[in-house]
Design a binder for this molecule. Structure first.
Ligand code: GLC
Length: 440
């Protein structure tokens, strides 16, 4: 049996750990400068200057249905869209601000289009909501704020009131969780109360966390409006999801205090930034993309892979190609992902491989990260496997116990429990080939 007991949480994680793979969508005004979603902060861009992106936000090629189809084809089962990112711009038609898509040339509630389209494809729908807000007049200037180096930055804070801002967030979360039907995930981002403030010029500022966001009330509101919703941990109060970002966890994440296994989802990018970045050249290779998904599931986690639509609203060719890599691989191999998890801990991982196992424990999937020559050695499995095949085409992989049968001279001693599979010499035309083992 390989279904693991994880730390209990308030939300419904059963569908989530089954589905394993989702699409993150980072989209906002930062798609126009196209040089990172933190551009306003990094370049300390003034409101007036940034307003030009609001004035010219005209995503004439945004086609939510097309994006939903691409996500589905890639094997993604759910999505999370930035309804508001740190810049404060809202993709939805909020009553509580003018800083929203309906007041730009776009003239539409883009969250509505996303929700309808993704739902129509049978995908679950999630909302990202930024706790930071670089536009809101009550959000105080701190060391992560574009105004931090303004000459009058300290005075700016005098009239700002985080309590009013926290109420604004509750109003908006209420809108988001009331006006769009069932929402499966709420992804708050993020808290930095404990982050060291190491720039002496900014010693007068401090980070923000649950007291500033009034997280307890915010979360209670979300749970009241959408029971069962999954919430991440970034509002600074532990909820359902642990969200390691932009690195590959090699082991199942454990609760730091109790040591229990937790429900986790790693979020990753195709090229480094989350928002559309025109000039980035650090795009991941097809093999890296597939391995990230496999590595994640082999350690009991989910992968939330990001796309950043352009200012015109479509995703560019590089992103389409990356999604197509997933589509092609998942078309044949998704059985090793959906409903799968980390393999039983006593199973030995063969050289250059990653294992996943179906939740009922009956099938074991061996992902060949480096393709071996003619034989796959599976230590300890001699008595446990009934049948073996490649997953992508269901072709048999003959089994031998102890040593490779067709070797006329075998210098290695037969090894107890060693199972050997015959593989074709040429690697099949699959980025990461998968061997499916039916266990006894
Ligand atoms: C970080 C960044 C942000 C991005 C997020 C995704 O917290 O601030 O730009 O949205 O990670 O996990």
């Amino acid at each position: 049996m390989s279904s693991y007991q994880t730390r209990r949480t308030p939300g419904d994680t059963a569908w989530f750990t089954h589905d394993r793979f989702g699409m993150f969508i980072h989209w906002g005004l930062y798609a126009l400068p196209a040089r990172h979603e933190w551009v306003k902060f990094r370049e300390c861009i003034s409101e007036e200057h940034y307003d030009r992106y609001f004035k010219y936000f005209n995503p004439d090629l945004f086609d939510a249905a097309d994006l939903a189809r691409q996500a589905k084809r890639a094997g993604m089962r759910y999505a999370v869209l930035t309804t508001k990112h740190h810049e404060g711009f809202c993709l939805f038609d909020s009553q509580y601000t003018d800083y929203k898509a309906t007041n730009t040339p776009a003239g539409r509630d883009l969250v509505r289009e996303y929700v309808d389209a993704f739902r129509a494809e049978g995908l679950r729908v999630g909302f990202y909501y930024s706790l930071l807000d670089w536009h809101h007049p009550d959000f105080t200037v701190d060391f992560l704020h574009p105004r931090r180096f303004d000459a009058d930055a300290r005075q700016l804070n005098a009239g700002r009131d985080m309590k009013r801002y926290a109420a604004y967030m509750r109003h908006q979360v209420r809108e988001l969780l009331t006006n769009y039907g069932k929402i499966d995930i709420l992804w708050f981002d993020y808290s930095y109360a404990d982050r060291p403030n190491d720039d002496p010029r900014l010693a007068w500022t401090r980070g923000k966390g649950r007291d500033d966001w009034e997280s307890e009330a915010l979360i209670a509101l979300a749970r009241e409006l959408q029971p069962g919703i999954l919430i991440d941990n970034r509002a600074d109060i532990e909820q359902d999801l642990w969200t390691p970002e932009q690195y590959q966890p090699l082991q199942w994440i454990r609760h730091p205090e109790t040591g229990e296994l937790v429900t986790w989802e790693t979020c990753q990018t195709f090229s480094g930034s989350w928002g559309y970045h025109r000039d980035e050249s650090s795009w991941k290779s097809p093999a890296q993309l597939i391995r990230m998904l496999v590595n994640t599931v082999s350690a009991g986690g989910n992968l939330l892979m990001n796309v950043g639509p352009t200012a015109r609203g479509n995703i560019d060719r590089r992103a389409e190609e990356a999604l197509a890599v997933y589509a092609e691989w998942m078309r044949w191999n998704s059985r090793s992902i959906y409903g799968c998890t980390m393999a039983e801990p006593d199973l030995e991982v063969p050289a250059d491989c990653r294992l996943t196992q179906s939740a009922d424990g009956r099938r074991l999937y061996v992902h060949l990260f480096a393709y071996p020559f003619k034989h796959l050695h599976l230590p300890g499995l001699a008595d446990r496997v009934d049948y073996a095949q490649f997953l992508h085409d269901g072709s048999e992989l003959p089994l031998h116990v102890g040593k490779a049968a067709n070797l006329s001279i075998n210098y290695e001693k037969p090894e107890d429990g060693l199972l050997i599979l015959d593989l074709p010499v040429r690697k099949p035309d699959v980025v990461v080939p998968v061997v499916e083992l039916f266990l006894k």
